[in-house]
Design a protein around this ligand. Sequence first.
Ligand code: AMP
Ligand code: MN
Ligand code: MN
Ligand code: MN
Length: 299
Amino acid sequence: MISRAFNDRITGFIIHQRIRMVYDLHTHSTCSDGSLAPAALVAMAAEYGVTHMALTDHDTVSGVAEAQQAGQSCGVNVISGVEISSLWQGLDIHIVGLQLNSECPTLIARLEAQAERRMARAQAMCVRIAKDEADAWWAQLLALTEGRPPGRPDIATLLITNGRCRTRDEAFRKYLGTGKAGYVKTDWPTVETAVTWILEAGGIPVLAHPSRYKLTRSKLCRLIATFAEAGGRGMEVSGVGLDTNKVAQLGRLANEYGLLASKGSDFHTPATSWVRLGKTPPLPSICEPVWNLFPQQQD
Ligand code: AMP
Ligand code: MN
Ligand code: MN
Ligand code: MN
């Protein structure tokens, strides 16, 4: 007799073969520091064969409705999302929220407060970097961002257009990176608070790009433990630039802390040639994918 589990595995295999799901659960649009409008981003995701895409703009859900509408017309399942800036032991840590209610008034009010923090931070950065010319830089920044909350990449644009740096990399290396000449500490919410915001909006909290914080293994474990204890559910295990060993190592860490595994390109712009929508290494087979929490689709 064929066991139920075996039968389920065969059925799952057949469904998988037929549909070929391609997930990208970390992307940015012009609503934060990306270069494509939400609808154009979704159209590009469709071109690259992405079947499930989350729009995770920095501290805003303002592009979700447009992306979901575009998803309906080009056959991409668009999951609502956000990437919240938070703090843990003085470090900037990013928490992705997936499948949250992007119309939740409490969430929107909390993200508006994040936008205000971004405004205050950008103003303070202009003062630190441009000194006497801070007012002119601030006016330039407002013209550049056209009402959306500013980010450090916008200040990088000003550093380049005003001839202070040649590249974005140089701008971050000399001025915008943690502790550099133009860096301003921001009173972002704690990691625990960011997790709570996502949970209260009905979403799934996912620790973004854990290897990008350049923490020692023991410190990274403490961050993951804090995140998991606060109610975090997932962790990005696969991303651009991670080799098989690194992905496997992150997969083991996720399992150790009872977290589901996510994958995303952190796509910002087609100009970055090594980042392509949907193109990230596969999740290790030992991991449970975060999309197991998404509702099953009827087809
Ligand atoms: P913010 O959210 O305003 O703190 O800005 C952080 C964003 O800056 C990240 O999400 C990246 O998109 C971008 N970024 C960080 N480091 C660099 C870098 N070295 N070069 C270019 N962009 C960077
Ligand atoms: Mn960004
Ligand atoms: Mn990030
Ligand atoms: Mn991101």
